[in-house]
Design a protein around this ligand. Sequence first.
Ligand code: DOR
Ligand code: ZN
Length: 430
Amino acid sequence: MRTLIKNGRVVDPSQNLDAKMDLLIEGGVVKMLAAAIDEAADEVFDADGLVIAPGLIDVHTHLREPGLEAKEDIITGTMAAAAGGVTTIACMPNTKPVVDSSILVSGIKDRSSSEGYVNVEVVGAITKGLGGKELAEMGDMAQKGAMAFSDDGSFVSSSRIFTLAAQYISSFDKILISHSIDPELDSDGFMHEGAVSARIGVPGVPAIAEDIAVARDILVAEYTKTHIHIAHVASKGAFELIRQAKKRGVPVTCEVTVHHLTLTDEACAGYDTATRVSPPLRSIEHVEAARIALKDGTVDAIVTDHAPHAPEEKDVEFRYAPCGFCGLETSLGIILTELYHTKLFTINEIIGKMSTEPANIFSLKAGSLKVGMPADITIMDLNKEWVVDSVKFYTRGKLTPFEGRACKGKAVATMVAGKFVMRDGVVCAR
Ligand code: DOR
Ligand code: ZN
């Protein structure tokens, strides 16, 4: 199968490229990239007026399979990714059972390659059952292709266990992803502590719950020389700690979520459980700090932390609702609306943080349209106007704080390994 994508604006940070070009795809890989290609093809896709980017990569997704399929499964989660223009996702291990053994890593990989719509990387657990007490079989999981290790959803409170984990994985060159929030401080409240929590009468958690945990993780990275990636950073203090650590040469990277870049704790004022998330939505000074950190390179990647829950689980009082909401189908639209059309970030910067840089951090064969790379491609219409309507979502956990939001910019086609998996918002039959 040969596909020729013509007349598009190719934006590829891996090659410092932003130019009108044609792209020939054959055998699932990029075959040719040139100003004008006049080769015969089975299909010619006219991308006039559209941006052709390396496929978006979300290194923080919850697919919920195995065991929690009422929230999501591999099929619905990867369909949501395809719909949102995301071609690779890394799924977190806080499932039932927890992904803490090689058999589970292989199982998810096998099922996603046969049933999934996009590439799925697997993040294995750091500790058995996410219990924080005993190391999981990270060596075995690494052999079966686990991308990284994380107890996401829980902080590995024991500094001894976390340091051991960092020392252990350094021998096979993997990365620890830390959910850096002090659980004792965190258990005192349900949202960010500040003026909004005081006003609406919901107990808050101080931002230092995050800063303290991030400081510990940086010290472990510095001592062990193991690469530690901090998940969903959301506090001003934590961004500053990471900025300083990077300056000292500590092997630390981090990510920020779409919602921590674009929503404040004012969104929680109506007690909408869609806004309950961990770490919590914070005040404007933290959102501004997130944007500054994204700009100056402190932040390496934008992620969704797509964390779907069954509708009935969220249909409770604010404090009883589980944390998290879906993000794969809104991430690009919200980022383009809030960060690109506001002229805060260039399209090159956005694609870098949503594709090329996460691929580089986790050594994925993705994030680039260089000849020979897998043809994972996101075709975007930067000016398409649309409104977030969760009824149209593919994910099972439909609740989103962005419901009804008017957006500008959307993925109009998604290609994985040379095959279209989404066109005009409709996920294609496999
Ligand atoms: O809001 C969140 N939900 N944050 C996390 O870290 C975990 C996630 C989940 O698994 O639901
Ligand atoms: Zn998560």
